[in-house]
Design a protein around this ligand. Structure first.
Ligand code: SF4
Length: 355
């Protein structure tokens, strides 16, 4: 069977399957571009279950594009706290401001214009244009690459831009007028719930099982073909929880680089012994009086692993070099990324026990 015919028949099966199998997700209640856009950005690198709460809170605080464009950065970062990849939310705001100034506050309906908005790549533009504006623009991400390579039994490396481009064109050629949004979502759903990324796909439950060449030829486990991943770099850090009175020391990270502009517990880019940690506390003017506990934790970023040793000290002085945040401010005001939030439960407990 020719590729085009194979994909056309697969599309028919998918469209018949989707309505009865679509998960009930908060961002599928309507086709409002702001909602679809926000959900797609949040879902990059983040699990659906984790996104649901963030999505609801974000829309409650910033219900429309104008509110997003006007929001203070600290509010944005707090709403995104723990989701990671914080440039995503900064770009969301940049794009909201573009929409306010260049499109009179109305989300543009053409793929080329959507693609020009800050932080919107081909995948997100394809998703918004097809779901919200019924354009035949496939949204090709890792899920769709996996499904395509299996249906077609294509052993090209899906990390190559030319392969992604080819799959995009092949799919665009069979996008059904009037059901573009449904097809985009059906492909996403198949990749997320049936032709899954980790572990064996659920071919028995798959609507395209009879068409899928990889299933027929038993090559499913070999697909998709991926480029070899680079190993993550390991960095050692010492994190200091300085507690004084009812507050802990925090500071703002620089405006550039990893976790730019977020808040952190003070830290050094190497491992310290307890004696060296006490000496650094003296140098910082907090005068540690008791080492309460220490912890070893690992946090994984895309390309880096932080191997952290954290020392919790009771201290004598709230020195000027830090901001001193009480329990309420740590939870409600300062945006601590996940790498540092790992220590927050213990910090809050110790603050609770403060004399
Ligand atoms: S039959 Fe199996 S391998 Fe083929 S698309 Fe369906 S779930 Fe994926």
């Amino acid at each position: 069977m020719r590729t085009n015919q194979l994909l056309s028949e697969s599309v028919e099966k998918l469209l018949a399957w989707y309505p009865a199998h679509a998960r009930d997700l908060p961002w599928r209640q309507d086709q409002e571009p702001y909602h679809v856009w926000l959900s797609e950005i949040m879902l990059q690198q983040t699990r659906v279950e984790a996104v649901k709460g963030y999505y609801r809170r974000f829309l409650q605080a910033l219900p429309d594009i104008a509110a997003l464009a006007d929001a203070p950065e600290e509010q944005l970062l707090k709403l995104w706290e723990g989701l990671g990849y914080y440039n995503r939310v900064r770009n969301l705001q940049k794009a909201a401001r573009q929409i306010m100034t260049e499109h009179s506050g109305v989300f543009p309906g053409e793929y080329a214009k959507i693609r020009k908005l800050s932080g919107i790549g081909p995948y997100t533009a394809g998703a918004i244009a097809s779901i919200c504006f019924e354009q035949p623009t496939p949204a090709v991400d890792g899920n769709v690459l996996r499904v395509m390579s299996r249906i077609l039994n294509d052993h090209s490396c899906v990390d190559l831009p030319k392969v992604k481009q080819r799959f995009t064109e092949q799919l665009a050629a069979v996008y059904p007028a009037g059901q573009c949004g449904m097809l985009t979502q059906a492909l996403m759903e198949l990749g997320a719930t049936v032709c899954v990324p980790n572990g064996a796909p659920r071919c028995d439950a798959c609507p395209v099982r009879e068409l899928c060449i990889a299933h027929e030829q038993q090559t499913v486990e070999q697909l998709p073909v991926r480029a070899e991943k680079k190993k993550r770099r390991i960095e050692h850090r010492t994190v200091f929880v300085f507690l004084c009175g009812d507050a802990a020391a925090v500071r703002k990270r620089e405006d550039k680089g990893l976790l730019a502009g977020l808040w952190e517990f003070p830290n050094l880019p190497h491992t310290c012994t307890p004696e060296e940690a006490i000496a650094w506390g003296e140098e910082m003017g907090v005068h540690p009086t008791a080492l309460l506990q220490s912890q070893e934790r690992v946090h994984i970023f895309t390309h880096i692993e932080w191997h952290m040793t954290c020392y919790f000290f009771r201290c004598l002085h709230q020195s000027d070099g830090f901001v001193w945040a009480d329990a309420d401010a740590l939870q409600g005001q300062y945006s601590l990324p996940t790498a540092f939030r790992l220590f927050l439960p213990d910090v809050l407990e110790l603050l609770n026990q403060a004399p």
